[in-house]
Design a protein around this ligand. Structure first.
Ligand code: SAH
Length: 361
């Protein structure tokens, strides 16, 4: 079999030779999503033997509560039938499987929903088909390919995988961080800023030399598309991801391989690459496009208000001593501030006439 990492490296070097250094967003796009070569395109990255673990993989409670959130939201929307139940970047399909199992308490919800999965990864699509095949999902390559109509849309750790640009403040003003080739190796270089510089936020203006600002046209594009969609058809979207509640400065680009920090350049295509989500920028772009936005609220508070502690107690009651300890550990991991409870946040978008959503009171 061809050596995929070497082929990806080759592609990146040829791009640099032809066009000059790649901005961080283009580099992320290639390293994560290039068909046949990128990180997501070529593997299942999740779980103990993979590179990172996500909330639905930690405990069934996460997906179950999201399932109940979906039912509640569907009722607030007036129980549209049919409606699209959409997941962006469903990974192994675990969240959706847990959500739909919990949703069996409302059979009408199950009958009304049409499952839609937006996924670029062929290996992950295969796992999703195993988990969710019984619900007859339709797969799409991108958000824009979804059919029109009422929709409830979910994305857990989806936005953090979308490409960001990084700008570095220097004595001479902003420069764009980019990937070049030095001595035949990929290396960080500074380049003239591209047009995404115009997306910098007021909070970035206080930058001093050495500071880094991040903007993501891809994430803002998702916000705009969803904002327009929710303004014209009933629906809501729930995103859970990590990042600060307010826009700010800082380098959040992170590579993970085998649960350890990796070198984004040396491990291109073999490590997960993420950046913090700028929730304030995301919400503002969705509002400008016509949606209402709720939050962000911290994941711990969100899950508690949906009843995760009661759910854990219920599960523990039926469990043996060993499972009880595992349930307590999972609960702690999901909601404790020093674990995922605080850095991770929930943000919802909705059609403008929807006054409130569960978990965002
Ligand atoms: N939601 C899952 C997986 C998170 S990992 C969980 O919580 O476990 C990110 C997911 O988004 C993967 O399924 C990945 O293949 C998918 N993905 C990454 N970039 C994408 C893109 N541009 N379009 C669609 N899916 C994408």
């Amino acid at each position: 079999m061809a050596d995929v990492p070497a082929l990806l490296l080759d592609l990146i070097k040829r791009r640099v030779a032809a066009r000059g250094p790649l901005d961080v967003a283009e580099f992320m796009q290639l390293a994560l999503a290039e068909p046949g070569l990128g990180y997501y395109a070529t593997r299942d990255p999740l779980g103990a033997r993979g590179d990172f673990v996500t909330a639905p993989e930690i405990s069934q409670m996460f997906g179950e509560l999201v399932g109940l959130w979906c039912i509640d939201t569907w009722e607030r929307l007036g129980q549209p039938e049919p409606f699209l139940l959409v997941e962006l970047g469903p990974g192994r399909g675990t969240l959706m499987a847990d959500a739909l199992r919990a949703a069996r308490v409302r059979p009408e919800f199950g009958r009304a929903m049409r499952l839609q999965l937006v996924e670029i990864s062929a290996p992950l699509r295969a796992l999703q088909a195993e988990q969710l095949g019984g619900f007859r999902p339709t797969w799409h390559d991108k958000l824009a390919d979804l059919p029109a109509g009422p929709a409830i849309i979910l994305g857990n750790e989806f936005l953090d995988a979308l490409p960001v640009h990084q700008f570095v403040m220097t004595e001479e003003g902003w420069r764009e961080r980019a990937v070049g080739v030095v001595d035949d190796h990929l290396a960080w270089v500074l380049a003239a800023p591209g047009e995404s510089l115009s997306l910098l936020r007021p909070e970035h203006r206080r930058a001093r030399p050495g500071d880094i600002a991040e903007v993501s046209p891809a994430i803002l594009g998702v916000a705009k598309q969803l904002g327009e969609r929710l303004a014209s058809a009933p629906g809501a979207a729930l995103f859970i991801d990590y990042g600060p509640a307010r826009s700010g400065l800082g380098d959040s680009l992170q590579a993970l391989r085998g649960h350890r920090p990796a070198d984004p350049l040396r491990d291109a295509g073999q490590a997960d690459l993420t950046a913090h989500v700028d929730f304030a920028a995301f919400a503002e772009a969705a509002r400008q496009a016509g949606a209402a936005a709720f939050g962000p609220v911290e994941q711990g508070a969100f899950l508690r208000s949906l009843g995760i502690e009661q759910r854990a107690a219920m599960l523990a009651e039926k469990a043996g001593a060993e499972d009880r300890a595992a349930i307590a550990a999972a609960l702690h991991r999901l909601i404790a501030p020093a674990q995922m409870g605080s850095l991770f946040k929930a943000l919802a978008l909705a059609s403008p006439d929807l006054p409130q959503l569960a978990g965002f009171a």
